[in-house]
Design a binder for this molecule. Structure first.
Ligand code: NAD
Ligand code: UDP
Length: 315
């Protein structure tokens, strides 16, 4: 494989740090760009020194809402908080990150003729009325709700990607990422997997929002990173769903975590947040057909590995 210079925006975040390490281990020169809103240097863990001393790894503290000039061959554009708690903290900033950040990264890609992959989301389908969700589904999104800074921001980002592809012949790739979890999620992340596991480990009651019958389909982070790399290497400008198509309710997730922790977990119910999607499962036909993608880590195994990580993160 030829060594490329690869920019990863949001590279110090949960998914970004796994992706940076994967690209580094493949022999590429990695430029990790992050404003450290939710990203952390600790995400590179014991390998931090090795990365910096290698001469093939660079960290740039920068906010994508400002333009930047760099010489790179490929761009994975992940910069944006992903947890509802974090993206709703400053919704105007979230829209600017999604729209202006995307515009700046596309401008950079156009100038240096880099191939660019956008980390889009299953949230572009909103509270879906088609199930499971194929890429052809246009979605059911509340344009003025509390999630719209993220959902609509990502939808505009997809529009920009397709327009730069059509108008400027840019090599663009759009990954519609479904709920992803694993080591290096923040303890205070606010998403369901980290909340439930940390609550279980601390002996606190599990906070199930609503009746807990709403569903999600959880993808282990190494499977997602494999999908991102395969998509980047493909020649597909159309969006591709990436995730795991095993669908479970939040109550079933409590059960799965309870089995790994080997203890009964007490559940308390809290109000369902506004516009919380009722169900979500990716139709992975396109990813399987075009990319040969197949998630490999079962929910049980992924939860076990994530529990081990949170055990050490909580001490
Ligand atoms: P994360 O919050 O851990 O990572 C996001 C990273 O982006 C952080 O390091 C943060 O500091 C950085 N960032 C945020 N705003 C920035 C800005 N304006 N300029 C520069 N850096 C900025 O979240 P994650 O789970 O790793 O998600 C990464 C990407 O994948 C996001 O774009 C997210 O929308 C997308 N995604 C994630 C999931 C998931 O389940 N984890 C699902 C769908 C889509
Ligand atoms: N959820 C929950 N308890 C929590 C956190 C989340 O029941 O402590 C629910 C939330 O209402 C949603 C699902 O878990 O139905 C997934 O939430 P998350 O924030 O992880 O992701 P998203 O809603 O963006 O898919």
């Amino acid at each position: 494989m030829t060594c490329k210079t690869v920019l990863v925006t949001g590279g110090a975040g949960f998914i970004g740090s796994h992706l940076c390490l994967r690209l580094f281990d493949e022999g590429h020169r990695v430029v990790c760009l992050d404003n450290f809103f939710t990203g952390r240097l600790e995400n590179f863990g014991p390998r931090y020194q090795e990365l910096l001393l290698s001469g093939r790894f660079e960290i740039i503290r920068h906010d994508v809402i400002e333009p930047i000039v760099l010489e790179v061959d490929q761009i994975y554009h992940l910069a944006c908080p992903a947890s509802p708690v974090h993206y709703q903290y400053n919704p105007v900033k979230t829209i600017k990150t999604n729209v202006i950040g995307m515009y700046h990264m596309l401008g950079l890609a156009k100038r240096v003729r880099a191939r660019i992959l956008q980390a889009s989301t299953s949230e572009v389908y909103g509270d879906p009325q088609v199930h499971p969700q194929p890429e052809s589904y246009w979605g059911h999104v509340n344009p003025i709700g509390v999630r719209s800074c993220y959902d609509e921001g990502k939808r505009v980002a997809e529009s920009l990607m397709m327009d730069y592809h059509r108008q400027h012949k840019l090599e663009t790739r759009i990954a519609r990422i479904f709920n992803t979890y694993g080591p290096r999620m923040s303890v205070d992340d606010g998403r369901v997997m980290s909340n439930f596991i940390c609550q279980g480990l601390r002996g606190e009651p599990i906070t199930v929002y609503g009746d807990g019958e709403q569903t999600r389909s959880f993808c282990y982070v190494s499977d997602l990173v494999e999908g991102l790399c395969r998509l980047m290497a493909s020649d597909t400008p159309e969006p591709v769903n990436l995730g795991n198509d095993r669908e479970i309710s939040m109550l079933e997730l409590v059960e799965a975590i309870s089995k790994v922790l080997d203890r009964r977990l007490e559940v308390i119910h809290k109000p369902l947040p506004p516009d919380d999607p009722t169900r979500r499962r990716p139709d992975l036909t396109r990813a399987r057909t075009i990319l040969g993608y197949e998630p490999a880590v079962s929910l049980e195994e992924g939860v076990r590995r994530t529990v081990e990580y949170f055990k050490s993160a909580l001490v």
